[in-house]
Design a protein around this ligand. Structure first.
Ligand SMILES: Nc1ncnc2c1ncn2[C@@H]1O[C@H](COP(=O)(O)OP(=O)(O)OP(=O)(O)O)[C@@H](O)[C@H]1O
Length: 127
């Protein structure tokens, strides 16, 4: 009895991961904002190799990129939920969407600050 409930728990966890991966693939295939953020992340990774980032700088850069892509993904989910619940114009839907987009702005500002801390000294050292 215990064993079969453990097995179904494991199967449910594996299914959840599969659904989550499907969601990530859906975002990558259909959402322009996510495609742009992932493209920026790939470009920043190439730039990171060019500037020989330290392990700590790599960690900070990947955390920043992950934060932005995560915030953008959640913003997309909230926008879609809002459109589904209330397809017509409504002041509160507008505020909810603005707040959701605001979270992505916070993430982007943090990423820009981290990028400046990593790259400004390297760029300035060229001059
Ligand atoms: N149903 C609505 N009612 C009121 N205001 C809305 C509504 N839909 C959108 N808005 C306003 O328009 C803004 C943009 O909404 P929209 O859903 O087009 O997001 P977006 O940032 O352009 O995302 P995307 O281009 O990824 O769809 C919202 O932040 C909100 O201010």
């Amino acid at each position: 009895m215990k064993k079969s409930s453990d097995e179904s728990f494991l199967i449910n966890r594996i299914k959840s991961v599969k659904y989550a991966v499907n969601g990530a693939v859906h975002l990558l295939k259909t959402e322009g904002s996510i495609q742009i953020q992932v493209s920026i992340a790939l470009i920043m990774t190439v730039i990171g190799f060019f500037f020989h980032l330290s392990p700590f700088e790599w960690m900070a850069q990947f955390l920043a990129m992950g934060l932005v892509i995560t915030a953008e993904s959640l913003n997309t989910a909230i926008e879609k939920l809002a459109d589904f619940i209330h397809p017509d114009y409504h002041l509160k839907i507008g505020i909810i969407k603005d707040i959701s987009a605001g979270a992505a702005v916070f993430a982007a500002v943090v990423a820009i600050i981290i990028g400046a801390i990593i790259y400004m000294p390297k760029i300035l050292s060229f001059f």
